[in-house]
Design a protein around this ligand. Structure first.
Ligand SMILES: [Zn+2]
Length: 260
């Protein structure tokens, strides 16, 4: 209903059945007017949930704000581990043919409940983040640049030996975030593009950077170093503005103003 209030016209309605109850879907459509972009740019760097979604609001060649958003991973991992434990217990009963017993049925209900809880939590997080970022872009009339490096994140997660099941859950919900975000941007008429922004190549000299503990990236060629999450933002600035002065922003992720 929210979208109807925002100027959409109901084009058609559908009735569906979900969990044996009918529900009504109103499909709203509207002529979307593309907003006229200001000199704000919102760079959104999508990693896996492990490293979150990093966004930076940039005005001209100045980073106004940048931050990382991610769900409560402790909560997710705890729920997931408990789920695996119950599934294992249920599997044992099943092999003994005891899964239809009172205990077996109780475990099955618990498995379903916890799966639902886990997915609902991540879905909700993705939805709220997508909506918040799209509204932010709309208010500032910012162009949006999305760097969607899911393959790279997948490799990173595997290197850290995150359980395959959990990694899969993280990826599907991150993918969902990208989809929801793009839908919202379209809805508001915010111009957006997908662009590859590097996180391991030096934005100052183009050499391969080395990762130090704490996700700090250091260039051994020109000595530039910054937090890994900030490298894509630097790349955006490098690609869109004059080359940054040598050493600016060096050694601190908090050094945000890169104009000299
Ligand atoms: Zn360098």
């Amino acid at each position: 209903m929210e979208r109807v209030d925002e100027g959409g016209d109901v084009k058609f309605a559908m009735v569906g059945i979900r969990r044996s109850k009918p529900y009504l879907v109103l499909v709203a459509e509207r002529e979307v007017q593309q907003i006229q972009p200001s000199d704000y740019v919102l760079v959104v760097d999508v990693n896996s949930w492990k490293y979150g979604v990093v966004w930076a609001l940039i005005k001209g060649d100045r980073v106004v704000k940048w931050t990382r958003e991610r769900p409560d991973l402790g909560h997710v991992e705890k729920t997931y581990n408990k789920l695996v434990e119950i599934e294992r217990e249920y599997g044992k009963l099943k092999r003994l043919g005891l899964h239809e017993t009172l205990k077996g049925r109780k475990l099955w209900r618990e498995i379903k409940r916890m799966r639902w809880k886990l997915y609902a939590y991540l879905r909700d997080f993705a939805q709220r983040l997508a909506s918040r970022l799209a509204k932010k872009a709309m208010r500032r009339r910012a162009r949006v640049i999305i760097d969607d490096v899911l393959d790279e994140s997948r490799r990173e997660l595997l290197e850290e030996r995150i359980s395959g099941g959990l990694a899969k859950i993280y990826f599907s919900s991150v993918r969902r975030f990208v989809k929801l975000f793009v839908n919202q941007l379209r809805w508001y008429g915010v111009p957006y593009e997908f662009k590859r922004l590097y996180s391991t190549i030096c934005p100052k000299c183009g050499a391969k950077m080395k990762e130090l503990p704490g996700r700090v990236m250091k260039c051994e060629n020109c000595n530039f170093s910054t937090h890994r999450d900030f490298v894509p933002v630097m790349w955006h600035l490098t690609l869109n503005h004059r080359p940054l002065p040598f050493g600016a922003g060096r050694g601190s992720e908090k050094h945000m103003n890169t104009s000299s």
